[in-house]
Design a protein around this ligand. Structure first.
Ligand SMILES: *Cc1c(COP(=O)(O)O)cnc(C)c1O
Length: 365
């Protein structure tokens, strides 16, 4: 049995894999595969409708919000947001909390007036900037809610008079949200929602209606809204699998139940890191992510041995991002707490074998 801690694409609920596999062979008992039917067929339109309903139901939003199924990844939203939302005379504020927000800022700065109001680059992105002074009157404030690579997460939203635009690629649907703070949320589906290929955009109607951009049709939110995400062929299979995940979320108690499960998992793992002299967390404790848990070994020379022990226990995807090193355990919604326990057990076995508390002479080298 494998314990999948991959950062993305990543683990999805077991029953979702099973149902998705069945639909590839025979969708809704139609005698056809989900992969060979028209995106305009009634069966598939029903999938899109249910997915939208589930998104809205889980987030507690109703009319006045749009749910779009797009492509191009979160990375396309880095500039699509700007093209659609930021008029010539307006300014948007950005907070830089890591690799992804830096990329968002870079793309946005090509197209509009961007004001980067805070950054945690000074300390290697190991914290979330607090009490940021955000000038009044901005069109929006852009944040990356969870820093997938370094393992920090917003646990309360910045104070601002403008709506927040959030890249939630790695923590969407992991906890309840106060939606009144947001104008637009986007995410690549491949971390916490479904397969790669779907970009989910959730936006408030009255946030959009500011100016009429002259931009390519495929990049225009208004077109995708008017065409119900079927201006061109939407990512049919990723939408279907995301719907299955959202059904699973709902039947498992929704977002507050998910937040509790995620908190239990992250607490278990952070406690194991904190009580051992052999492991060290890499980010500010109060900003620790409940999705991507990053840590290093006190003695980095032992990394290959720790990895070997992880492999032997069926643990996969735990190596840190190439830009950071160390280890990263991604514990998204679908990862069961039992897998976290397996990792904690391996950490303890590692300490018993190679750890600091063993005297240097006993330590196997
Ligand atoms: C993975 C990730 C991205 C990139 O998503 P793509 O869908 O591959 O473009 C952007 N932002 C965050 C926070 C991510 O974790």
């Amino acid at each position: 049995m494998k314990h999948n801690f991959s950062a993305g694409p990543s683990i999805l609920p077991k029953p979702v894999f099973k149902e998705a596999a069945e639909a590839v062979l025979n969708f809704n008992n139609s005698g056809l595969s989900i992969l060979e039917i028209s995106h305009r067929s009634p069966d598939f339109v029903a999938v899109m409708d249910e997915t939208k309903k589930l998104v809205k139901g889980l987030l507690g939003i109703g009319d006045g919000w749009q749910v779009l199924f797009l492509t191009g990844g979160a990375s396309t939203q880095f500039f699509m947001t700007v093209m659609n939302l930021l008029g010539k005379d307006a300014t948007a504020h950005y907070i830089d909390t890591g690799t992804w927000s830096k990329k968002a800022i870079k793309e946005a700065a090509r197209l509009g007036n961007i004001n980067a109001v805070a950054s945690s680059a000074d300390k290697g992105y190991t914290y979330i900037p607090k009490d940021v002074d955000i000038p009044a009157g901005g069109r929006y404030l852009h944040v990356t809610s969870n820093n997938t690579i370094f393992g920090t997460q917003y646990h309360s939203w910045p104070q601002t008079d403008s709506p927040i635009v959030a890249d939630m690629s790695s923590d969407i649907f992991s906890r309840p949200l106060d939606m009144s703070k947001f104008g637009l949320i986007y995410c690549g589906a491949q971390k916490n929602l479904g397969p790669a290929g779907l970009t989910l955009v959730i936006l408030r109607d009255d946030f959009l209606a500011d100016f009429e951009p002259d931009i390519p049709t495929m990049l225009d939110y208004r077109i995708h809204i008017a065409k119900d995400s079927s201006f061109n062929t939407p990512p049919v299979f990723p939408i279907y699998v995301s719907m299955l995940t959202l059904r699973w979320l709902k039947s498992n108690g929704g977002l507050s139940a998910m937040a509790e499960r995620n908190m239990a998992k992250s607490s278990l793992l952070y406690a194991a890191i904190d009580r051992s002299p052999d492991f060290k967390g890499v980010v500010n404790k109060e900003d620790r992510s409940n999705m991507n848990v990053t840590f290093v070994l006190s003695n980095p020379e032992f990394e290959p041995r720790f990895l070997e022990m992880c492999n032997a226990a069926g643990i996969v995807g735990i190596k840190g991002h190439r830009s950071v090193g160390g280890f990263r355990a991604s514990i998204y919604n679908a990862l069961p707490i039992e897998s976290v326990q397996v990792l904690v057990d391996v950490m303890e076995q590692f300490s018993a074998k190679y750890g600091e508390t063993k005297s240097a002479s006993l330590r196997a080298v």
